[in-house]
Design a protein around this ligand. Sequence first.
Ligand SMILES: Cc1ncc(C[n+]2csc(CCOP(=O)(O)OP(=O)(O)O)c2C)c(N)n1
Ligand SMILES: [Mg+2]
Length: 696
Amino acid sequence: MVEAMAKAKKINKVSKELVLEAYTLMCNAKALTEIYEANSDVCAKYVHATSRGHEVIQIACGLQLKPQDFVFPYYRDDSILLSIGMTPFELMLQVLAKRNDPFSGGRTYYSHPSLNDDDKPKIPHQSSATGMQAIPATGVAMGIQYKEKLGLTKDFKGDNPVVVCSLGDASITEGEVSEAFQMAVLKKMPIIYLIQDNEWDISAFSDEVRAQDATHFAKGFKGMGIKTIDGTDFSESYETFNEVLGIVRKERRPFIIHAKVPLLNHHTSGVRMEWYRDDLEDAKKRDPFPKMIKELLDLGVSEKVLQKIEETAKKIVQKDYDLALKEEDPRPEDLTTYHFAPTPITKEEGMRVPEGKDKTVMVDSALFAIRELMEKHPECLLYGQDVGARIGGVFREAATLAQQFGDYRVFNTPIQEAFIVGSTVGMSAVGLKPIVEVQFADYIWPGLNQLFTEVSRSYYLSNGKWPVSMILRVPIGAYGSGGPYHSSSVESVVTQIRGVKVAYPSTGADLKGLMKAAYYDPNPVVIFEHKGLYWSKIKGTEGAMTIEPDEDYVIPFGKARTVIAADHDKIERGESAVIITYGRGVYWSLGAAKAFPGQIEIIDLRTLNPIDTEAMYNATRKHNKVMLVTEESIENSFTLGLAARIQKNCFEDLDAPIEVIGSVDTPAIPLNSILEETLLPNENKIAEGLTLLLNY
Ligand SMILES: Cc1ncc(C[n+]2csc(CCOP(=O)(O)OP(=O)(O)O)c2C)c(N)n1
Ligand SMILES: [Mg+2]
């Protein structure tokens, strides 16, 4: 009796039409798997995975998402894509890496979607790195929450947007997933983590790689809703999703849906099931396909109708495949499109030195820039460790901001650099502009994965759909015995991450102008702020203190500044040289130049990506002698790359080998002040180099 009632209720909620719709999608998905396999000589040219075995839970999810929702499908989620309205043809364009692949223009693998269509749920870019999408996805939920708090969102009549982050069972053992879960429960975010548990981690089975499944793991995250379901049962999957979506749309709190599923296709086209699967017979017994057929037969649909649907799916998929094969490949000239989104800041504008103002220390120039931005733009918010009201940053670089703007706009995060950096992908996707911080350059490393894997490539790999607009402030540099973990320089590593702009200003005015430019730039920007320059406490760095520029002052990226010029007659007589540098290098160089009056031009690059190559080459042509100064050790450095560029472009103009001055090469900066001093460049080392250079 109870069973009969339960069944009646089920059928009531999940109508025959709905199950038929799901079955049709499932037939399409199955036909895709089969056609890729039958044509593996063509389709496996580029690695791909399909949803076979996981279809039901994916369809139950995809069918219920709305255009205001965000979804992060992973590489096995082609059934989610079909069920939000993508066609087999469109998916095939990606398996064949064709030019019109709607997600990436042939840049990334099958079922690595990114979509920003009005009529479908939004899909920001996510990488192939397992589990890493949890942070960008949670960033979207954080952004939605922020917009709701600030009243920046539309009225969705109760159907408030929800984020679905899809994950494989093995991916959730990645450390970064914990950071995402922590933030989701801490802030009660509107996100559903869909975990598809097939118990396989490529060839490693669950008992080898985890001590507990997702439900037990999630218990460590207080406030996380948890549901375990049979992901092969459509009614159960659909109803659970329906219920959880309803709760999350209303109550704004996170959930895990843990769906048990069999994996019935290869891990990927490159890692084939026959090599290692010893459970296939059992797995096939859990195949959702016959189960779905049985459900439909029970609902009174005839076998003939079901066969017809399957045949039609096969025909559509075959036709789409034939069409997709004929599609154009990307053209060579497509390679470099969507590197950076165009920025509106292309020239220096506004008043750099307004009258009647006193000089400001550099740290305050940044603070004032952010204050002005926050006053003007509700989309601007700031988070990181210790930036909240109590101290406003360990350098007081965010002092008073939380008091002025509220602790939902300026807030402390846990010690989670990956989250701090990677969440900006999601915040930016909902139209916000996060300014975030890592406390010291030495602690950028835990965030570097997100910067490289998710942030830097989003615009390029989504073929221009999802630029990540964010600013990452990074206090950097050796100063006052900071020791091995509060002193390091990291610009060579960060500038090597393409797709990220990098600034390294040496004065307060430049920091303010570049901070403003970074804000209006739609691309990710890292700003290195030398902590030795923050208060100009180091002798010789007083120049970092400047009159604070006006509110509308901006400096375009890629424009160097002439710090001092050489005398015309010295240049004419061949008695001059140029020092090209940045950051604290400017002040060591200024100190050294005093011994060579009128002979030295100093160029401060101000931004390290893009670089003002014109300024470098013009100065080389003018002086014919070049010195490069960096705080990094020289081995394998960014600065050596500059030397290579100069000699390649200005070989005929060089009268001496390019001199490069940097720190002594050690694995770390030692604590003891004598050792620190010995390691760093200084005026004398530069002056010695200049003597050699000028006398060459
Ligand atoms: C960070 C990272 N490490 C390793 C890999 C290689 N890799 C790709 S899929 C995979 C297994 C993932 O298993 P699971 O999350 O359970 O998803 P499933 O493939 O079973 O659906 C691994 C290790 C990767 N893509 N990213
Ligand atoms: Mg798995």
